[in-house]
Design a protein around this ligand. Structure first.
Ligand code: TXA
Ligand code: MG
Length: 323
């Protein structure tokens, strides 16, 4: 619960250059006043994130767009009107308000209006922009509860606001509208079909690009356990074969999937939006259970299934020794 006293404390910390963790509908964010360069640098330091990877600036409402974006194409206005507040981030040409510290020196800025009431309350009370990446260490699983933030970064942030478990569960969909036709840079909590419904044309996913999107690194969103991706029909046999090699194996799959006895299930709903909501929690649980390998059933590549497949593929990608 966000009491008036807690809200006041959060805003005061932000005004004097502090860093707080706060809930959004997608994942918890590690937030600093976007116009305070030192505070923004501290966010990078806490996360252990390379300074060239830009941050998303969170705003209280679409009215603030012109303060941060110097050109707002008509399609950006339509998307903002349809989906803000919500899990959509727009990449647009920046104004000087978006500093190099936030944008990594790029001429564009990523902007989003989150829908979580706690995030909105803080943004309204602060009256500016909040630079906020996900509140996890670089390369690791994003937090969807305040407890996850405490476990990862607890000692290093000035305040953690608890807004309950995130309802979307995966990061926002990032759409580049800074030059040319819109393209999805990161599939996320808003389905591509929704964007297409409003724009009236397909919106391609652009993975190979020259903009730095750290979530687009092959090995990202990774638990400690290895992840093996399977179609549902082969989950039981793959898990059995891995177990026969002496590995601690678990299966990320819905209750309707029959498993051989003794194979732990990390339960996910049948629908992709449900999977998205529980995905990061289950990846954390797999680590807590000490698994060597998590055999993960892929949802169909539609709706939020795209974001889930994207995150699971990155979790399954080969990693550097201690990333
Ligand atoms: O749902 C979300 O988007 C969460 C919550 C906290 O709002 N935030 C989040 O932030 O996922 P982060 O920093 O973990 O991921 C932001 C992504 C990064 O991959 C970053 O590279 C990309 O946004 N990004 C930021 N500015 C950009 C820009 N100007 N052009 C292209 N990508 C950009
Ligand atoms: Mg992140």
């Amino acid at each position: 619960m966000l009491t008036p006293e807690l809200l006041e404390r959060a805003v005061e910390i932000l005004r004097r250059g502090g860093v707080i963790a706060l809930p959004t509908e997608t994942v918890y964010g590690l937030a600093a006043n976007a116009e305070d360069e030192l505070a923004v640098r501290r966010v990078f330091a806490i996360k252990g994130r390379p300074a060239t990877h830009p941050l998303i600036v969170h705003l209280a409402g679409a009215e603030a767009l012109p303060e941060w974006a110097r050109h707002i194409p008509e399609e950006a206005r339509r998307l903002a009107a349809a989906f803000w507040p919500g899990p959509l981030t727009l990449v647009l040409p920046r104004t000087p308000r978006a500093t190099d510290a936030v944008t990594g020196g790029q001429d564009t800025v990523a902007l989003r209006v989150p829908s979580h009431p706690v995030a909105l309350a803080v943004l309204r009370a602060l009256g500016g922009g909040l630079a906020a990446p996900s509140a996890n260490r670089f390369g690791r699983v994003s937090p969807t509860t305040a407890e996850h933030v405490r476990q990862d970064l607890g000692a290093e942030v000035d305040l953690i606001l608890d807004g309950g478990p995130c309802t979307v569960g995966v990061e926002s969909t990032i759409v580049d509208l800074s030059a040319g036709p819109p393209a999805i840079l990161r599939p996320g909590g808003l389905a591509a079909e929704e964007l297409e419904r409003v724009l009236g044309h397909p919106v391609p996913i652009r993975t190979a690009s020259n903009v730095r999107v750290s979530g687009s690194l092959a090995s990202h969103y990774a638990p400690r356990a290895g992840v093996v991706l399977v179609e549902r029909a082969e989950a039981a046999s793959r898990a059995e074969a891995l177990r026969a090699q002496g590995l601690q194996v678990g299966v990320l799959g819905p209750a309707s999937l029959a498993l051989p006895s003794g194979l732990p299930r990390f339960d996910i709903p049948e629908d992709a939006a449900g999977v998205a909501r529980f995905l990061y929690l289950r990846l954390r649980e797999a680590d807590q259970a000490g698994l060597d390998v998590l055999v993960a059933c892929l949802p169909p590549a539609e709706g939020l299934g795209l974001a889930v497949r994207d995150r699971l593929s990155r979790a399954a990608a080969p990693r550097p020794p201690e990333a």
